[in-house]
Every structure is written in C-alpha cells, then in structure tokens.
Design a protein around this ligand. Structure first.
Ligand SMILES: N[C@@H](CCC(=O)N[C@@H](CS)C(=O)NCC(=O)O)C(=O)O
Length: 224
C-alpha cells in the first residue's frame, strides 16, 4: 500500500495567495493539513520555513518546502497530474502566466496598495487604472466559461482568489465601485461561474468578516 503523503499548507483565511492553493488542492482532490497563521504573530514554523519573505502560503510536501503561490500552483500541477490547471499549449500557458503576473503585480498595486495610501481623487484615478488593467482579463474571457476554457485553470485561481474574492471586498469597505456588470459583462459572468465550482466556493472567505479585514489591511498600509 502507498504511504500517506505529507501535504501541509500554512495559510491565512483572508489571504488570496493561500486561498488559491486550497482551491487547487481541492480541485485535484489532494487531502492536506491546514495550519492557520496569524499575521501579527507568525509561528516559529512559518519563520523557519520561509525566512526570506516570512509570508504565507507555504506548502510542505513530504518534507520539501515550496514557496510563492504561483510557484506552488505550478508545483501542484506538475506533481498531481489529474485535473490539469495550466494549459497544455505553450502559447496559452504563457498567456495565463503573463496575465497572472499582471494580477499579482499591477492589479494589486493599483487596486489596493496605492489606493490605500491615496486621497479620494487619487482613488478614483487608481480605480480607472485598475479598470484598464482588468479589461485585459475581460477580453480573454469572451466565449469561455473560465480562463481555462470549460474548467477552472491557473489564471482562474490567481485572478479569482484576488479580484472578486479579495479586492472587491476592499473596494466595498471604502464604498468604491470599480467593476460593474454593465462595463464588465464577461468578468461578471465568469465570477458567477466561479462561485458555482465547489472547490472554489469552499475557499471564498466570508464576506462581512473579509470586508472588515480588508479595511484593517488598508489601515496597516497607511500607517506603515
Ligand atoms: N508573492 C507572494 C505574496 C504572499 C503574501 O503577500 N502573503 C501575505 C498574506 S496575504 C503575508 O503572508 N504577509 C505577511 C506580512 O505581510 O507580514 C505569494 O504569491 O505567495
């Protein structure tokens, strides 16, 4: 009989970076132990496993430590082949990776980090900048259920955990409407599709508590 694998995830309930890893493990049907970290009191285990960044998520697989959420997603896909998440075609794969980078670098910067520091006028300008970035995702969704086509893929996990199930909660907390169904019909249809997928639905943080948390994160950025 095969030995039980060690799959352990260190995460934070509100973190889009760790939620996307849970989504991927659930999509692949991989059982895992979950360790909830506390942002302000990181465990000695987290600090020992990720001494460079001191951040979640951290995946431990049979004693090996894998860091950085997009790297972890790729590791998961290469380790457990069922329900592939990265496109097979190299060009499609490169596009998914490019847009995932856009989400985790530019969209989060304009749509949250810079916004947290801006005044009201600055926020509107950043909201517009964020919309212009999200248009790239809108175009990619035309004629598809998911970025991955008929099923949830790498970019769905990255963009889904970050935009509708995290940044939108931050915008809600400050009363800013960045995305409307009228302006982003493909995106809005996609969010509804995502919410119907069990592995995704199970990992969406509870709305009210998350809105409060995002307000707190905004304060944290302002006072840093
Ligand atoms: N690029 C990293 C980002 C991870 C990240 O920012 N994690 C946050 C939680 S959302 C964290 O652990 N922050 C710890 C801190 O700010 O001290 C990834 O993709 O894994």
């Amino acid at each position: 009989m095969a030995e039980k694998e060690e799959v352990k995830l260190l995460g934070i309930w509100a973190s889009p970076f760790s939620r996307r890893i849970e989504m991927a493990l659930k999509l692949k049907g991989i059982p895992y132990d979950y360790v909830e970290e506390i942002l302000e009191h990181k465990s000695p285990l987290l600090l020992a496993l990720n001494p460079i960044h001191k951040k979640v998520p951290v995946l431990v697989h049979n004693g090996k430590t894998i860091l950085e959420s997009q790297v972890i997603l790729q590791y998961i896909d290469e380790t457990w082949k069922q329900n592939p998440i990265l496109p097979e075609d190299p060009y499609e794969r490169s596009k998914a990776r490019f847009l995932a980078k856009l989400v985790d670098e530019q969209i989060i910067t304009a749509g949250f980090v810079s916004m947290a520091r801006a005044d009201e006028k600055g926020r509107e300008a950043l909201a517009e900048q964020t919309r212009e970035l999200i248009v790239n995702l809108e175009k990619e969704l035309v004629g598809k259920d998911f970025f991955g086509g008929k099923s949830v893929g790498f970019l769905d996990l990255v963009a889904g955990s970050m935009i509708p199930f995290c940044l939108e909660r931050g915008w809600e907390g400050i009363g800013l409407k960045v995305i409307t169904e009228e302006k982003f019909p493909e995106y809005s249809r996609w969010v509804k599709n995502m919410e119907k997928v069990e592995a995704v639905k199970d990992c969406i943080p509870p709305r009210e508590k998350h809105v409060e948390h995002m307000n707190y994160m905004g304060e944290r950025i302002r006072s840093a």
